[in-house]
Design a protein around this ligand. Structure first.
Ligand code: AP5
Ligand code: MG
Length: 192
């Protein structure tokens, strides 16, 4: 089993690159943002609670996303590996994930961190907001709040995995294919 965390701020290309990586490596894609948006679409109590938080650009509580990831791991016993996108986002989530993986006799193989400037992030997300239907993309102040939340609570995740020597920084600007090639070569170095 080889498990990857695709890490980076809102708009850094995690979802875009995840699609290409799961196709290339046959990994199971676990995006907590996508899981939460499915709950919203199904109008579950969890979805309704999460929506008001997501619309402000804030993080939903750790126990909510850890619970979703724990069920997803249990539901996919045959997976060749997992690609985590948008999770973990706090140090508590990182510690919880490591425990869950340990119970399954596996661990994180690499954390690939996409580096993109703040102005590029805002411009990508405002542009996507014209068509995505994502309520957290339509307003620049919510986009800035998501980036502020990332800086305040999520950058520590990279520090946490750095202590285990698992983090690789990748230039996240340029063409989608160029960035994919960089990710691909870093994974191949570590998978063998
Ligand atoms: P989530 O869904 O994870 O959103 P996000 O992190 O804000 O990031 P995005 O999905 O917006 O960006 P991305 O990095 O996937 O980039 P993408 O490929 O789409 O989370 C949403 C909310 O859910 C959070 O705010 C929080 O409330 C909650 N949540 C989720 N997980 C949580 C957790 N673990 N804990 C607590 N709360 C949680 O690309 C963005 C745009 O750029 C697209 O239009 C794309 O086409 C374009 N693009 C991509 N690559 C390039 C490129 N190379 N050049 C130019 N444009 C590009
Ligand atoms: Mg995404």
């Amino acid at each position: 089993m080889f498990n990857i965390i695709l890490f980076g701020p809102p708009g850094s290309g995690k979802g875009t690159q995840s699609e290409k990586l799961i196709a290339a490596y046959g990994l199971k894609h676990l995006s907590t943002g996508d899981l939460l948006r499915s709950e919203i679409a199904a109008q579950t109590p969890l979805g309704l609670e999460a929506k008001s938080i997501m619309d402000k650009g804030q993080l939903v509580p750790d126990e909510v996303v850890v619970g979703m990831i724990s069920s997803a791991l249990d539901q996919n016993p045959q997976a060749k590996g997992f690609l985590f996108d948008g999770f973990p986002r706090t140090e508590a989530q990182s510690i919880a994930l490591d425990k869950l993986l340990k119970l399954k006799n596996t661990e994180i193989g690499v954390v690939l961190a996409l580096d993109v400037s703040e102005e590029e992030l805002v411009s990508r997300l405002l542009n996507r907001g014209k068509t995505s239907g994502r309520s957290d993309d339509t307003n620049e102040s919510v986009i800035r709040a998501r980036i502020a939340e990332y800086k305040a609570k999520t950058t520590v995740v990279a520090n946490y995995y750095s202590t285990f020597d698992k983090v690789v920084h990748i230039k996240g600007e340029g063409s989608v294919d160029e960035i994919f090639e960089s990710l691909h070569s870093e994974i191949d170095k570590r998978m063998s």
